[in-house]
Design a binder for this molecule. Structure first.
Ligand SMILES: C[S@@+](CC[C@H](N)C(=O)[O-])C[C@H]1O[C@@H](n2cnc3c(N)ncnc32)[C@H](O)[C@@H]1O
Length: 295
């Protein structure tokens, strides 16, 4: 939704008083939401998340300090990519901490994100890697750039999807066609990686298409993975990535699950853990994001 906020603000930017009124209304609306969250009970992207694009957060930006190591650097980096990501401030700060840990330890392997959208979280990985890495990483970035495919009703559907994504139970037939939700342009992701993060183009591979087609094929020649960031929101989108990419994650590598708070993603993870007989400790990051380390 901050994406939507930004687009409107861009259109209004010549009329500064209109922007002020617009932001005032948004802040009041956010305050109202905090007091009266009239949202479905299964809604998992709560208004209490700290998002860098939230006008409320921007207004109080200089006071934001959560206690992360390197927080000044993290804040500067998050500011640069905030229009390109849906991830919360805590999710991005945690991602930065993990990337720095892998770089400091010179843990080998590529950084992979499945669900790149406008490229914000991928660009953050790139910028942190450039800052702390002694050698350069390969980045493998997957997205349809047609948005989410249609969810599977029994696995994924929750009432809030209609409210937030415009997806009704009727739309959830599991077909590999765009649901119309979360459509991003590849050009925006490229701008995040190459213009904002300034990551070397030759080290980045965009795998464009449905994960179900691209991931099994790419996995054959990808080599080892140090960081696997799963951000495909849905059951099938998560399961196919785990089945083909988790075996490539090296011991001591990290798996970030952006959508543990979503029913379909969590079910896919739990089914996969059972399938391969592991029971990892899942670390909390924010209301929906989790991570674990491969043993
Ligand atoms: C929540 S967004 C990713 C957000 C992004 N990481 C960020 O920083 O904001 C989820 C993305 O996953 C992609 N996606 C989900 N399932 C997919 C699938 N089966 N194949 C290809 N792309 C998929 C969507 O196109 C969408 O761009």
């Amino acid at each position: 939704m901050w994406d939507f906020y930004f687009k409107i603000k861009e259109r209004l930017k010549k009329y500064s008083w209109v922007v002020k009124v617009y932001e005032f209304i948004l802040i009041k609306w956010r305050e109202l939401l905090r007091k009266h969250p009239k949202l479905p009970n299964d809604f998992c992207f709560h208004s209490m998340y700290i998002h860098a694009n939230d006008p409320f957060t921007q207004k109080n930006w200089e006071h934001l300090r959560r206690g992360y190591d390197d927080e000044t650097f993290i804040k500067d980096t998050v500011q640069k990519i905030r229009f390109n990501t849906m991830c919360s401030y805590d999710a991005l700060a945690n991602l930065a901490a993990i990337v720095r840990y892998l770089e400091d330890g010179q843990v080998s392997g590529a950084f992979v994100e499945t669900g790149v959208c406008q490229g914000g979280s991928s660009a953050l990985m790139a910028m942190v890697s450039l800052k702390w890495g002694k050698t350069r990483r390969l980045l493998h970035l997957f997205d349809s750039f047609e948005g989410l495919p249609r969810p599977i009703k029994e696995k994924d559907y929750c009432e809030w999807m209609k409210w937030d994504w415009g997806i009704t139970a009727k739309d959830c037939d599991g077909k590999m066609v765009s649901s119309g939700a979360l459509i991003a342009a590849k050009a925006d992701a490229e701008a995040a990686l190459f213009s904002i993060a300034k990551y070397p183009e030759k080290l980045v591979t965009f795998h464009v298409g449905w994960f179900q087609n691209t991931v099994p094929h790419a996995a054959k020649s990808m080599g080892s993975i140090a960081l696997l960031r799963l951000d495909g929101d849905l059951y099938e989108s998560t399961l196919v990535c785990l089945r083909h990419l988790y075996p490539l994650v090296i011991r001591g590598g990290f798996v970030i699950i952006d959508d543990w708070g979503l029913k379909g993603c969590r079910t896919a993870c739990e089914e996969y853990f059972e399938e391969i007989g592991i029971r990892p400790y899942i670390h909390f990051v924010d209301g929906t994001v989790r991570y674990f380390v491969k043993e």
